[in-house]
Design a protein around this ligand. Structure first.
Ligand SMILES: CC(=O)SCCNC(=O)CCNC(=O)[C@H](O)C(C)(C)COP(=O)(O)OP(=O)(O)OC[C@H]1O[C@@H](n2cnc3c(N)ncnc32)[C@H](O)[C@@H]1OP(=O)(O)O
Ligand SMILES: [Zn+2]
Length: 172
């Protein structure tokens, strides 16, 4: 990304007064609230803290007027690539991303994704980035496709309510 946030950890102002910066421990309660109001996939607090501790270079929040309005949380895995042929690779896994409803469609989701992807490549040496998304989640699928992700396969009944997921991935 053009902003220095991913590389240096310093805050950077992007479009329209949006600041993308690395998440901090004190952001977790707010991130949990945003997750609960935007997504049915919720996690205990330790799960968020664990990701921050282990893969904090690829955990970002978006701030507008000093208020956190979105987040992206990632982790790094070692396993068979979803796209390229070959044995084991480091894969970046976008675990969860969300932007509060009133702040959508102004590029925040894109900026968060770019920051995470850049960090997964530069900081962690990932060769691929992947995620799962509900097959009905048109906005998110569009966002990912714009960033170069492709639908690799369907994972049947991935979600608790029985909905299928697309596994989407992008080579880095
Ligand atoms: C791995 C996972 O976490 S899967 C779950 C993803 N998260 C969610 O579904 C939570 C609820 N949804 C959200 O929080 C948001 O809608 C997000 C994160 C998916 C997108 O955040 P936004 O800040 O709105 O994204 P952004 O403004 O960067 O949009 C980028 C592009 O995505 C596409 N897009 C985003 N929202 C929509 C929509 N409602 N309808 C159609 N296309 C959309 C558009 O192509 C858009 O570009 P454009 O505005 O120039 O047309
Ligand atoms: Zn996942």
């Amino acid at each position: 990304m053009e902003q220095p946030a991913a590389g240096t950890g310093s805050a950077a102002t992007g479009n329209g007064g949006v600041v993308i910066r690395k998440a901090r421990l004190e952001d977790i309660p707010r991130v949990i609230v945003i997750n609960r109001v935007t997504l049915p996939e919720n996690y205990p607090e330790w799960f968020w803290r664990d990701h921050l501790e282990k893969w904090g270079e690829a955990f970002f929040v978006a701030e507008v007027d000093g208020k956190v309005v979105g987040y992206v949380m990632s982790r790094v895995e070692y396993g068979a690539p979803n796209i390229a042929k070959g044995m084991l690779v480091k894969k970046g896994h976008i675990v969860s991303i969300a932007v509060l409803e009133g702040y959508r469609r102004r590029g925040i989701g894109t900026a968060l994704m770019k920051a995470a992807i850049e960090a997964l490549r530069e900081r962690y040496g990932c060769k691929e980035v992947y995620l799962e998304v509900r097959v009905s989640n048109e906005p998110a699928i569009k966002l990912y496709e714009k960033l170069g992700f492709r639908k690799v396969r369907v994972i049947p009944m991935y979600y608790l309510d029985g909905e299928d997921a697309y596994l989407m991935a992008k080579e880095l």
